[in-house]
Design a protein around this ligand. Structure first.
Ligand SMILES: Cc1cc2nc3c(=O)[nH]c(=O)nc-3n(C[C@H](O)[C@H](O)[C@H](O)COP(=O)(O)OP(=O)(O)OC[C@H]3O[C@@H](n4cnc5c(N)ncnc54)[C@H](O)[C@@H]3O)c2cc1C
Length: 420
């Protein structure tokens, strides 16, 4: 099985790279062993929300020089300000070509409401998600926060209490729909994606509308957990027009419907372009020839996937793109050089919510995102996304941006025909 490029990992980074390469006629395969971070994410995408010193960022592109001086090893700093400025609008355009409608802009961050009723800055959000502009109040005076009876992954009263503390007359109430009774009987199945599969059915639309009409009579807006519109993206717009007042969604605990929907849209686009996805397969080892790489996977055993170029998009610890052993951190497919603290006691801090040093660990690269083994650049291998060293996606709010921009940067290098 021969491809121009094989990509290891089908999360946001791998899919972005595969889509860009396929759009330009490259024959690509993506091997992906499991769910990606998108399945667990808010569905909103971060570009740069905080500098490493904790200063909030309102205009991400204007903060790049401060980032470069505070964190020269950050992937944005390595790629360079000009490259970041170039790839940001390209990333927005690529998402639009996938049919992933987003609100927001790289000019300035907006704020999204979290399931805890707090606000977090971000770059792009699905249009149904509750957001507001920096410095502006929430659009509604008295929203109803709707929970679902028995659904533990979203607590409407926490959101309502937090909004009340901000001076908003929010109330919470529980939706009771007999259509959900069968699912509710099995708590481990009573999750956002399965609920959406029931609520999206046309035969349940009128009961949902009647219940929301009853509950929301004294409210100027309705905020639901993101359990609607998995395969029917206009479900929220239709409900809103029938209800006659704004309806918005809040992400729930994982699995995340907005994240899953983005993942599905990107996989669809990649396949439409002729890309091959091998879900559930895992690259276990690689033989790195001068001109050709052979990747041996769990499912294909001794028949390797062959390609001139390989892109590693295997994610961080969360997805086993990096593995922590007793006294070292390894990249398990190639054994690439990894940045990590020598002393294990320096890997984490006691305060759980503090920025954690281990989040900065990852594969070391040069400015073209070419990794090394024992200090020597590996020809034809590139690393992108969460597997990279030098950034903290949580504390700096830059996870999606690093994945998208590093993927576009490497795709461009490959399309220019530059072989390391
Ligand atoms: C729980 C969680 C929530 C997050 N929420 C947000 C958010 O709301 N907004 C935001 O901007 N960022 C968020 N992030 C940051 C996130 O890391 C990035 O946004 C981005 O989604 C990472 O994409 P990725 O493709 O680099 O890696 P991943 O999404 O981790 O994908 C890596 C993929 O590679 C596969 N893989 C690993 N090893 C192999 C192998 N050997 N063979 C084949 N496949 C392999 C994995 O199974 C996985 O599917 C979140 C991160 C986590 C962990």
């Amino acid at each position: 099985m021969r491809y121009d490029v094989v990509i290891i990992g089908g999360g946001l980074a791998g899919l972005t790279c595969g889509i860009r390469l396929s759009e330009q006629g490259k024959h690509c395969a993506i091997v992906s062993s499991g769910q990606s971070a998108l399945h667990f994410s808010s569905g909103s995408l971060d570009l740069l929300s905080f500098l490493p010193d904790g200063e909030p960022v309102h205009q991400p592109l204007e903060a790049l020089s401060a980032l470069a001086s505070q964190a020269p090893e950050h992937p944005y700093s390595l790629m360079g300000e000009a490259a970041v400025r170039r790839w940001v609008p390209e990333a927005e355009a690529l998402l639009a070509r996938c049919g992933a409608t987003m609100t927001g802009s790289h000019q300035h961050n907006h704020l999204r409401l979290t399931p805890l009723g707090k606000y977090r800055p971000c770059w792009l959000s699905p249009p149904e998600i509750v957001t507001r502009e920096q410095g502006k109040p929430l659009a509604w005076r008295a929203p109803l926060i709707v929970g679902i009876e028995g659904f533990l992954d979203f607590q409407s009263s926490i959101v309502a209490d937090a909004l009340q503390a901000q001076g908003i007359a929010a109330k919470s109430a529980d939706l009771r729909l007999p259509a959900l009774d069968r699912l509710r009987g099995n708590p481990s199945e009573f999750r956002a994606i399965n609920i959406a599969r029931v609520l999206d059915l046309p035969e349940n639309a009128s009961a949902l509308l009647a219940e929301l009409t009853r509950l929301s009579a004294d409210h100027d807006a309705v905020i639901l957990p993101a359990c609607l519109g998995l395969d029917t993206p206009d479900a929220v717009a239709m409900l809103q027009s029938a209800l006659g007042k704004p309806v918005s969604l809040l992400p729930t605990l994982p699995p995340s419907l907005p994240g899953v929907r983005l993942h599905q849209a990107m996989v669809r686009r990649f396949r439409q372009l002729g890309g091959m996805v091998m879900p559930g397969d895992k690259v276990e080892r690689a033989v790195l020839g001068e001109t050709e790489k052979a990747l041996y996977t769990r499912n294909h055993v001794d028949i390797p996937l062959r390609a001139q170029q390989v892109v590693l998009a295997s994610g961080s610890f969360f997805n086993n793109g990096l593995v922590a052993e007793f006294d070292r951190v390894v990249e398990p497919v190639f054994g690439l050089d990894v940045h990590y603290a020598a002393l294990r006691s320096d890997w984490s801090r006691e305060q759980v919510l503090a920025p954690q040093p281990y989040r900065l660990f990852g594969v070391e690269t040069d400015e073209k995102l070419r990794p090394r083994i024992k200090g020597v650049t590996v020809p034809g291998v590139y690393a992108i996304g969460a597997v990279l060293a030098g950034f903290d996606p949580l504390a700096q709010g830059c996870g999606a941006g690093v994945s998208l921009l590093s993927a576009l940067s490497v795709a461009d290098t490959l399309l220019q025909g530059e072989v390391a």
